[in-house]
Design a binder for this molecule. Structure first.
Ligand code: ZN
Length: 261
C-alpha cells in the first residue's frame, strides 16, 4: 500500500491534486485502488485510459473480444494493426507502456455465471465498471456487484440513447458512510431479466463521441467514489445523443427482485 508520492508523481498528478477535495489523500486512494473493467470496447477502452492515466493502481481488463475494423471510429485506443487481436491484451499492453503507476492485467475471457466467482475471488476488485455491450452480461455484472458487495459504475448506449448509473449494494451502505445514500434498486430491479432490451450498438449503430460521453461519466463517477467524493447512487441518467439532453430517474427497489432482495 502506497502512503506517499514521489517527486514525479507530484508533478504528474498535480492538476488532480489541486482539487481541494481530491488532494494528496485522494491521489493515494487512486494509486491504491483495484478495479475491474468488464468489456474493453467503446466504453471500456476509454474508461481504462482515464483510470490508468489518473494513476489507478490495479486495473483488470476483462474481454474475450477481438478488435474489428468497424470498432475503429469510436475505440480510439486501437489501431488498424490491432485488428483480430484480443482487446483486453492490446489495451493492457498499450496502457501499461504509458502508465507506470498502474498494474494492468488482461483477462481474455467472456464472463459467465460459471467463471465469475473464480475470477473475482482472484482479482478482488473494490469496484466494477460495467462496459459490456449486451443485456445478459449487464445482468450478470449486476448480480456480481450484489453478491460480492461491490459498487458498480455502469454505462450503455444504443443508437442515440445512452444511460449510466452508479449502484451501491445495500450491504455496503453501513460500511461506507456516504451522505444521502439510501437503499436503492439494482439494475435487475429496473430492468428485469425478462425485459425486451436485447439491442446493442452492434445492431443499432452509434456515433463515437456519444460513446465517449457515457464512458466519461462512468469513469468520473468511479473516480469520485475512489477519492471519497459524494456519489449519487441509485439514479439512472439518460442521455439523448441527438438532442444532447439529459434526464434522470430514481432506481426504485423492487421488493421482489430475485437478485438484490
Ligand atoms: Zn434488485
Amino acid at each position: 500500500m502506497k502512503t506517499s508520492l514521489n517527486d514525479h508523481q507530484y508533478i504528474l498528478y498535480s492538476k488532480q491534486m489541486l482539487l481541494a477535495d481530491v488532494s494528496e489523500q485522494g491521489q493515494l486512494a487512486l494509486l491504491n485502488a483495484n478495479v475491474a473493467v468488464v468489456g474493453v470496447g467503446g466504453l471500456g477502452q476509454l474508461v481504462a485510459q482515464y483510470l490508468a492515466a489518473a494513476g489507478v493502481g490495479q486495473i483488470h481488463l476483462i474481454d474475450d473480444d477481438k478488435v474489428a475494423l468497424s470498432n475503429l471510429p469510436r475505440q480510439l485506443l486501437f489501431n488498424p494493426t490491432d485488428i483480430e487481436s484480443n482487446k483486453a491484451h492490446v489495451a493492457a499492453d498499450k496502457l501499461q507502456q504509458r502508465n507506470r503507476d498502474s498494474k494492468i492485467s488482461a483477462h481474455s475471457i467472456r464472463l459467465t455465471s460459471d467463471n465469475y466467482q473464480l475470477l473475482f475471488n482472484t482479482i478482488s476488485p473494490q469496484a466494477i465498471f460495467d462496459c459490456s455491450d449486451n443485456f445478459a452480461t449487464r445482468q450478470l455484472i449486476n448480480r456480481i456487484a450484489v453478491e460480492q458487495h461491490l459498487p458498480l459504475f455502469s454505462a450503455a448506449i444504443s443508437a442515440d440513447q445512452g444511460q449510466w448509473f452508479a449502484y451501491l449494494p445495500e450491504s455496503m451502505l453501513t460500511k461506507i458512510p456516504r451522505t444521502n445514500t439510501r437503499p436503492h434498486g439494482c439494475y435487475h430491479c429496473v430492468f428485469p431479466a425478462d425485459s425486451l432490451l436485447s439491442q446493442n450498438c452492434s445492431e443499432m449503430g452509434v456515433l463515437g463521441p456519444a460513446v465517449g460521453i457515457m464512458a466519461s461519466m462512468q469513469a468520473l463517477a468511479g473516480m469520485n467514489y475512489i477519492v471519497g467524493r459524494h456519489v449519487e447512487f441509485g439514479v439512472l441518467h439518460r442521455f439523448d445523443a441527438k438532442r444532447l439532453s439529459w434526464s434522470k430517474a430514481t432506481m426504485a427497489m423492487d421488493k421482489h427482485c430475485c437478485v438484490c432482495r
